[in-house]
Design a protein around this ligand. Sequence first.
Ligand code: G3I
Length: 385
Amino acid sequence: MRRALSALTALVSLAAVAACSPATPSTAPGPAPSTLKDAFAGRFLVGAALNESQFTEQDSRGVPIVKAQFNTVTPENILKWENVHPRHGEYAFDAPDRYVAFGERNGMFIVGHTLVWHQQTPRWVFFDASGSRVSRDTLLARLRDHIQTVVGRYKGRIKGWDVVNEAVDEDGSLRKSLWLEIIGPDYIEKAFQWANEADPQAELYYNDYSVENAPKRNGIVALVKNLQAKGIRVTAVGLQGHNRLDWPTLAQQDSTIGAFVALGVKVAITELDIDVLPRATRAQTADVSLSAAPSAGLNPYAAGLPDSVQQALAKRYADLFGVYMKHRDAITRVTFWGVTDGDSWLNGWPVRGRTSYPLLFDRAGKPKPAFDAVIRATERPAFVP
Ligand code: G3I
C-alpha cells in the first residue's frame, strides 16, 4: 500500500513538473493535439469571429467547433456602430448581451469589435436633421457617449476592444473619413482615452488590414508612436490578416510583426483568412466598400476545391503559423474571421455569390488539410528569415 502511494506521489510530482516547465515543441511527430486551443496553449490564444447564429447556439454545425477549438471570440458584426447604436440615443444590446454571455459560458477571452470605424456608422452620427455636417464638438460628444456606454456596459467582461479600426490609408496617411474631416486627427487619441476611462483593465487595440505593405505599416507605426508619446495606452496592434496564397510574403509578415514588437506593443492576428480565389481587384485590400461584377472565371471552384489548391492552402497556413510561432512571445492571439468556409465574408466580397475556401473547416464542418497543418505548427521549426 505504502509502495503504491509513493509511486502515485512520484507520478503526481512528475506531472506537476511537466505542467510548470515551458512547453518544448517536440521534434518527433507524435499524435497531434486534437484542438487548436490545445495546440497553442502557452503560446497564444486561438479564436474565431462569430455570427449571430453561432453565439445564439442555433448553428448546430458551427457551435460544437467553436466550443471545442477556440478560447477567444470576436463578434463579426453585432458590436459595429450601426448594429449596437442604430439611432440617436437608442442602443440595441440584446445581441451583444447574448454574445458576451456565450463567451462567458464557455470560458473564452471576449473581444469587442469595433468602436470607431468609417464603415457601418449611421448617417445620423455625422449629419444633423437638415443634412449638414455636425460640429467637431457634437461629434466628439457622440463618440464619447458611444464609447462610455458600450465599453462601460461590458466593463470587466469584454477583455479587449478594437478601439479604432482601419484609420490609415494605403499610403500611410490618415484615411479621409468623416471622423478625420469633422474632428481632426485627435479623434483617435480621444477614442483611446475614453475607452481607457470606461474600462482601465481592458486591452485596447488599433486594428487594420494590409499592414504588411510598407507605406501603410510605416503610417501605423508613426500613429502608435505618436499615441505612446502622448502617454495614451495602446495594448496591441491588430493585424487583420486577410491574406492570399501569394500575399504577404513571409518576410513581410515577419518584419511587420517585428516593427510593432520594437515599439513595445503586443500583436494580435485578428481576422485571419486566406483567399484562394482569383483577384477581382488590383489592390491588396479588405475594403468592404469594394465590389466587382461576377463572372465564371472569378468563381473557378464552385464545384469543389482541387487537391492541388487544398494542399497549397495547407502549406500557406503552415508557413504563416511558422512566422507567428517565431513571434509567440509578442502575439497574444490568432483569430480566424469565421468558423467554416460557408460562413466567410469572402463568399460575398468583392464579388457576390462566389464559393470561397479561406478557413480551416469546410462547409460541412470537417477539418481540412489546412487544419492539420496548423495544428502541427508547434512541431516544426519557427520561421527563420
Ligand atoms: O443582417 C443583414 C440582413 O438583415 C440583410 O438582409 C442582409 C442584406 O444584405 O444584410 C445583412 O447584413 C450584412 C452583415 O454583413 C451580416 O451578414 C451586411 O449587409 C454586410 O455589409 C455585413 O458585412 C460585414 C462587413 O464586415 C461589413 O460590416 C461582414 O459580415 C464582415 O465579415 C466584415 O468584417 C470586416 C471587419 O469588420 C473589419 N475588417 C474587414 C472585415 C471583412 O470585410
